[in-house]
Write a protein that binds this ligand. Sequence first.
Ligand code: PLP
Length: 409
Amino acid sequence: MIKVNDNFCKLPAGYLFSEVARRIEAYRKAHPDAAIIRMGIGDVTCPICQAAVDAMHRAADDQLSEFTFHGYGPEQGYAFLREKISEYDYKKRGINIGIDEIFISDGAKSDTGNIGDILSPDCKVAVTDPVYPVYVDTNVMSGRAGELCDNKWSRIEYLPCTAENNFVPALPVGNPDVIYLCYPNNPTGTTLNRKQLAEWVEYAIGHNALIMFDSAYEAYITDDDVPHSIYEIPGAEKVAIEFRSYSKTAGFTGLRCGYTVVPKSLKGVDSNGAEVSLNSLWNRRQCTKFNGASYIVQRAAEALYTPKGQKQVRETIDYYMRNACVLREGLTEAGLTVFGGVNAPYIWIKTPGDMSSWDFFDLLLAESNVAGTPGSGFGPSGEGYFRLTAFGRYENTVEAVERIKKLKF
Ligand code: PLP
């Protein structure tokens, strides 16, 4: 029989969201009349904005004519979209990112998962804890994580983010080569301000570490002091790769489009000690393994940068942030301690008393018919916490809060 990659076998079965879905389904079967409100999986509920849909119609029509038809596109993405990103997402914030430093992708999950292809299997990794599971699992798959004991991988440094440290991770002590940071954060909904992020950049510069900065939720930032891009911090272009996504910005979870910035000034070293450009390696990786995001979807993404697109995207984000506000205020009134939801679409609840994350999940499902995500599924420091998302319909969000208030914590 064929030999398999042992690293995959190390991954514990039962991906978090499958277990959440399994429990909801079991409850639904036992209580067929229950009107369950799902606020667990981070998918969006608002439709794609008109500007993007109009652009897709036009792009679909392009495919009808031999003169405007688009087949394989550039692996790095079309210049029309990369130019908009460079101009609107960076230049307007005073950041100089050239279009050859921008790689269009089919979403941030693929790129945050695949980026490890260009790094040595020996690299030591640090993650904030709790964490978006993709960073950890993909490092397990590529053999960087060591062994799983007590819910932790032996070669990964976990940086706890809890109420005790105000969800600001302490700098690493184990000299990691790679550090994953996600701000605004999934799952805690918290952020780092400019000064706090600058400490990480300074650390990375001083310790030759590479920061993987996932800013999939930057569109939700409301505070002026929270950076939208790590490149707002001087020197970050020498130590950080940034991942962005149109999924939560513009509801592209089904369309699939995002991008990754790999600055040309980012350098690594090969086993002979020779300096290597990470931008060149990622370009090589993409040209070999990726054939580009679809033309139609890239046209939709381009339309988000038009005045109409910008206004429509803003309206949707405001819609979700109104939900976040309802959740924060309502759950606080219900007697719960809540975090996040100001610069991010996630609400991070401290479970009451000593209740475990899964016990709180079962309680909310049974007593309020509200489904969320147990914090422990995001890492050891997520135990005792619970995540609700603001991506639901407004009416459902209000209803969920009313139901939870009846529980009186
Ligand atoms: N990064 C974070 C932190 C996320 O929470 C998600 C989605 O939930 C992603 C990346 C994936 O985004 P995409 O839909 O672009 O793959």
